[in-house]
Design a protein around this ligand. Structure first.
Ligand code: FES
Length: 137
């Protein structure tokens, strides 16, 4: 009799805990592979301007220098994941969280960021600014 009660108790515990465990563990969802995104029209990027676009689930900062050159870098600071911004006056990438600085190629040049920002390629095609995953670093 004790064995039957014990087995019933463990079956009951399993019936309660299994759905809770399934609820707490998120399902594995494959990240959609994105190889390029359109950041907008070229006219939307006057010299010394920038824009943050979504590249899949990641933010990318697309900016145009005063000389007209385009660049695209990961917009996630390599220190503690704050979103960086383009400083057109000094032509640097700045993280306001802890005053981290990167150059326009994404190289960390001062402050706490431990490594460079990932570079993306920018392709100008049919008056559109296309950012591609082709890593340049
Ligand atoms: S999160 Fe960017 S410098 Fe700390």
């Amino acid at each position: 009799m004790d064995i039957i009660l014990g087995a019933g108790f463990f079956a009951w515990i399993g019936a309660v805990l299994y759905p809770i465990g399934k609820y707490l563990v998120p399902p594995k969802v494959a990240e959609m592979s994105v190889n390029s995104v359109e950041a907008g029209g070229i006219s939307e990027f006057p010299p010394s301007s920038s824009k943050i676009v979504r590249f899949g689930r990641r933010p990318v900062i697309v900016f145009r220098q005063q000389n007209g050159d385009f660049h695209a870098l990961s917009a996630t600071c390599t220190h503690l994941d704050c979103t960086v911004q383009y400083k057109s006056d000094t032509e640097q990438i700045w993280c306001a969280c802890h005053n981290g600085l990167y150059d326009i190629e994404g190289k960390n040049i001062s402050g706490p960021p431990p490594k460079p920002l990932m570079q993306y390629q920018v392709v100008l095609q049919n008056d559109k600014v296309i950012v591609t995953r082709e890593e340049m670093t």
